[in-house]
Design a protein around this ligand. Structure first.
Ligand code: AMP
Length: 542
């Protein structure tokens, strides 16, 4: 028997309409290339979003067309999110920090019809001009006063494009499974692959992300997504914020700049901010140096890479801030697991809680997870057994855009994340490695993440990465590559002695090498592929 409830569709434009009615005066503050503090209300934002939707129609963009963005986190990018998806087109966010060849590949593979590009990213497109043959027009996200001189064809200025448009627009109704946005995984091997989100998956993800034990977002909050909007839809924050009417602060191109972030937090009384660990390391060291504070912050959400204990303890001890680590991927929209303290754990001492925070978190309703042995057998949640982490749920991808032959699902419909993890009896999942980063020493697996976390907990180490290198006896052994903290000195023996009380003897790196900096991927993670290349001729000392 079917239930007798309305079958209304979960639409991104519905979010816009609801927020317009309920929270018209909430603010959106942005740093942009052409304005250090742009400020307006939801009402003004949605008016311009409707103008943009009219402009897209006038340009000849049609439902299903891919409209690309190469942009930082700011109000114009936010308007694009809603105008494009709301018009049944696909908002294709592209990471401007990718290699130019990857950007060209992605634009061609997606067959983007128009590209909306940040002022600072115009030179990247200029360098690719001869590869943009399928693109009908380029819109620079700025006003006339800041329009650059460019030889790119069919270029218009964003503010001019929308200025004369009607402020009214009837958002079309369509099936909630219609594609809404597209994001290519940065792909460490092979070509990037496109993950195509739907209105339904985006809305369900938005509901889940706001829950108290997830992001805990409310209308009283001011949230700053430092995670880029080109990285898995800014972890869904541009949607979740409208669901509850939170004030949003977009840091624009200043995402890695501790000084700007601190100033924004103080001036705008930000309560929640989210970003990758590198951002928090940078902010923490800026706060230490400057003696400045960020007292309005209640919670920092961190994900995208393992968060060292030193970040968790640093923010806890100095500022009383809870760091909530989450795990996810482009393919999971990205929310998979997030830290929240179980009621049964509420009396744990602070250091035990911090250890739980350093795990990747507990599953969010809407995502099922399991760990499996190489034979595919499900492993116990005992915190010891580790295996391939598999997930399924309404916001997990079932295929890649235009790669029909490459199903990412196993025969039972689970998505193999490529991560290796344990899950403890309380449901806290802990990533022990990426399948391809695990160091296979003899018959044993060594977690590169465990070693990196233990190394970074040393106050003299700023950043660390571990890769497996050839070893004649063990086939692979760990090599630790570390960056010293400014003004400190430390040597190999000191690091090995530090590690020996923190990791199993068999996991101890065979060597420690110091470098001035580590290479990072376009999404801020340590680029192990580049490191492997850099150390490809490395040989362990006898
Ligand atoms: P991406 O699709 O670029 O967001 O990358 C997703 C991958 O980042 C995951 O499969 C994990 O390997 C890694 N990742 C994400 N969050 C975490 C985390 N909290 N700790 C460790 N690794 C993470």
């Amino acid at each position: 028997m079917r239930g007798l409830m309305m079958d209304t569709q979960l639409m991104i434009s519905g979010l816009l309409r609801s927020a317009d009615r309920n929270y018209p005066d909430r603010e959106i503050v942005s740093v942009t290339a052409d304005n250090p503090r742009h400020r307006y209300t939801y009402r003004e934002s949605f008016r311009r979003t409707r103008q943009l939707a009219n402009a897209l129609n006038r340009l000849g963009a049609e439902p299903g067309d891919r409209i690309a963005t190469l942009a930082w986190n700011d109000y114009r990018h936010f308007e694009l999110y809603y105008a494009v998806s709301g018009s049944a087109m696909v908002c294709h966010t592209i990471n401007p920090k990718l290699y130019p060849e990857q950007v060209a590949y992605i634009i061609q593979h997606a067959e983007d019809k128009f590209i909306f590009v940040d002022l600072l990213v115009v030179p990247l497109l200029e360098a690719l001009a001869d590869q943009l043959t399928g693109v009908e027009g380029i819109v620079v996200l700025t006003d006339e006063a800041h329009m650059p001189k460019t030889a790119l064809p069919n270029v218009v200025c964003y503010e001019t494009l929308i200025a004369a448009e009607f402020e009214q627009f009837e958002w079309p109704e369509f099936d909630e499974n219609t594609a809404s946005s597209l994001c290519y995984t940065s792909g460490t091997t092979g070509n990037p692959k496109g993950v195509l989100y739907s209105h339904r998956s985006t809305m369900l993800h938005a509901y889940a992300s706001c829950l108290p034990d997830v992001l805990g977002l409310s209308g009283h909050d001011t949230i700053m997504p430092i995670v880029p909007m080109f990285h898995v839809n800014g972890w869904g924050i541009p949607y979740g914020s409208l669901l509850v009417g939170a004030k949003i602060v977009f840091p624009g191109p200043k995402m890695g700049d501790g000084e700007t972030l601190q100033a924004l937090i103080e001036e705008e009384s930000i309560t929640i901010a989210s970003g990758v660990p590198t951002i928090w390391l940078g902010l923490l060291s800026y706060l230490k140096e400057s003696g400045k504070r960020i007292d309005s912050i209640k919670r920092l959400s961190v994900g995208g890479a393992a968060c060292p204990l030193s970040i968790i303890e640093g923010f806890r001890d100095e500022f009383g801030i809870t760091v909530c680590q989450g795990w996810g991927m482009t393919e999971t929209s990205p929310l998979g697991t997030v830290f929240s303290l179980k009621s049964s754990n509420k009396d744990l001492p602070a250091d035990e809680v911090a250890k739980l925070q350093a795990k990747q978190g507990r599953g969010v309703f809407g995502i099922e997870m399991k760990i499996a042995s190489p034979d595919g057998d499900e492993l116990p949640w005992d915190g010891v057994a580790f295996g391939a982490l598999k997930v399924r749920g309404s916001w997990v991808c079932s295929g890649y855009f235009r790669l029909d032959n490459a199903s990412p699902l196993d025969e039972d419909g689970w998505f193999d994340t490529g991560d290796v993890a344990t899950i403890d009896p309380d449901g806290y999942m802990q990533i022990t490695d990426r399948t391809k980063d695990v160091i296979k020493s003899g018959g044993e697996w060594i977690s590169s993440i465990d070693l990196e976390n233990a190394a970074v907990d040393n106050p003299k180490v700023a950043e660390a990465a571990v890769i497996g290198r050839y070893h004649p006896k063990w086939s692979e052994r760990p090599l630790l590559i570390a960056v010293k903290n400014a003004g400190t000195d430390v040597n190999k023996e000191e690091i090995l002695s530090w590690l020996s009380s923190r990791v199993a003897k068999m996991s101890l790196p065979n060597d420690v090498v110091f470098v001035d900096e580590l290479p990072h991927t376009a999404t801020g993670k340590i680029n192990k592929l580049a490191l492997r290349e850099q150390f490809k001729d490395y040989q362990f000392p006898d």
